[in-house]
Design a binder for this molecule. Structure first.
Ligand SMILES: [Zn+2]
Ligand SMILES: [Zn+2]
Length: 267
């Protein structure tokens, strides 16, 4: 039995003797089946072919698969005061080196993931870190392809993890698309996954139902997200991948982007 990993989206699936017949994450409107057709790897295959980048990303430790593999997200270590060490997001490959690096920084207390595209090998990570909890929004539970007794769900629109960390359901891209807001001692940071996507200019964000397939987000969902985030101020916005971050004036950038988006779709 292997827990096969889809080569296009990077999602690890439940144990099976043969590769699954299809990947429902990739067949969904928000993703796509690889141009060579559906292909699979085992975690051992991935370990043999790829390594991890373990590097600073604007002041936070980031970990991501090096080179071209699936969606190029990176996970971040957030050393929070109240919620302990949070691993924000997840990637498909786990290595001993990465686990050693995280343990040297105090280990991980919980894994929190924004939405199903980044569930990737979350169970592999949880197990390698000693069975740490994985916190997901319950609205997206049907998208879990490999579950574990360590998965926990939260529900509703707001979920404080501590006095310095709050989860907000943004919705739109996925019903449970989640942003994490961390009030660190020296700055407050918004981590939106791709519920709102940091643009290439790193001064704006964009709102799409599907980024690879260019499917717009419903305007009612954009407005609902704006309302849910309205009560939070933040300095910086960390996007889904390396360097795709807005450092400074984050709230103003997001406000201007909501204004611009709504102006474009409504005029
Ligand atoms: Zn897939
Ligand atoms: Zn996504």
């Amino acid at each position: 039995m292997h827990c096969f990993i889809c080569e296009t989206c990077g999602t690890q699936h439940a144990p099976s003797p043969e590769p699954p017949s299809h990947c429902s994450i990739c067949e969904d409107d928000r993703q796509y089946v690889g141009w060579r057709g559906q292909t699979w790897l085992t975690h051992a295959d991935l370990q043999g072919r790829f390594s991890l980048r373990i590097e600073d990303d604007d002041g936070l430790l980031g970990i991501g698969v090096r080179g071209e593999f699936a969606i190029p997200q990176r996970e971040l270590l957030l050393r929070t005061g109240g919620a302990g060490n949070v691993l924000w997001e997840c990637v498909s490959l786990v290595t001993d080196e990465a686990i050693t690096e995280l343990k040297a920084r105090g280990g991980i207390d919980q894994i929190v993931i924004s939405h199903p595209h980044f569930y990737s090998s979350m169970v592999e990570w949880s197990d390698a870190l000693g069975g740490v909890p994985i916190l997901l929004h319950e609205a997206d539970r049907d998208w879990i392809r490999r579950s574990s007794r360590h998965v926990r769900f939260w529900s509703g629109d707001v979920h404080p993890l501590s006095n310095d960390v709050t989860l907000v359901r943004c919705g739109g891209h996925f019903a449970g698309s989640t942003a994490l807001i961390w009030r660190a001692p020296n700055r407050t940071v918004l981590f939106p996954g791709d519920a709102l996507q940091v643009a290439t200019d790193r001064r704006h964000v964009a709102f799409m139902y599907s980024y690879p397939n260019y499917v717009p987000m419903k305007t009612s969902d954009v407005r609902a997200m704006r309302e849910r985030l309205d009560g939070y101020d933040y300095d910086d916005v960390y996007g889904y991948t390396w360097g795709r971050n807005i450092i400074g004036n984050g709230r103003a950038a997001v406000d201007a982007s909501f204004d611009r988006h709504l102006r474009m779709v409504e005029s």
